[in-house]
Design a protein around this ligand. Structure first.
Ligand SMILES: [Fe+2]
Length: 124
């Protein structure tokens, strides 16, 4: 195998590896969102801190996932000629809601179940 062919195989392998990891990450995000929506109307008054922590863990994952995409993956894709404007627009739309959710789950006094559900359903 010549070096050029070897490099092409490595790049292709890297692409599929990244694609696989992103698919799993997006699946986790989707499952987490569905889980929060399923429980949003439940009475969490006796376990509010844990509930807010649960929602906060999901929010943190979204924020971190997008940070990694925007600082590492997207610049890499762009340097190889791929467009990421659509993804960046999606992130912006999601983060407008994420910022509101973060304020909502800051404490038991700021939490509003109906508002959380409204914000989450705005994406689906
Ligand atoms: Fe992603």
């Amino acid at each position: 195998m010549d070096t050029d062919h070897h490099d092409k195989v490595q790049r292709r392998h890297g692409y599929f590896q990244t694609h696989f990891l992103m698919e799993r990450a997006h699946e986790w995000l989707t499952v987490g969102l569905a889980s929060i929506l399923r429980q949003a109307k439940d009475d969490h008054s006796k376990d509010m801190k844990n509930w807010l922590g649960y929602v906060g863990a999901w929010v943190g994952f979204v924020v971190e996932h997008h940070h990694i995409e925007e600082t590492i993956l997207f610049p890499f894709f762009q340097s190889h000629g791929f467009q990421v404007e659509t993804e960046l627009e999606q992130h912006k739309k999601i983060h407008d809601g994420i910022d509101k959710i973060q304020r909502l789950i800051q404490s038991t006094s700021t939490y509003d179940a109906a508002q959380l559900e409204r914000l989450l359903r705005a994406w689906s």
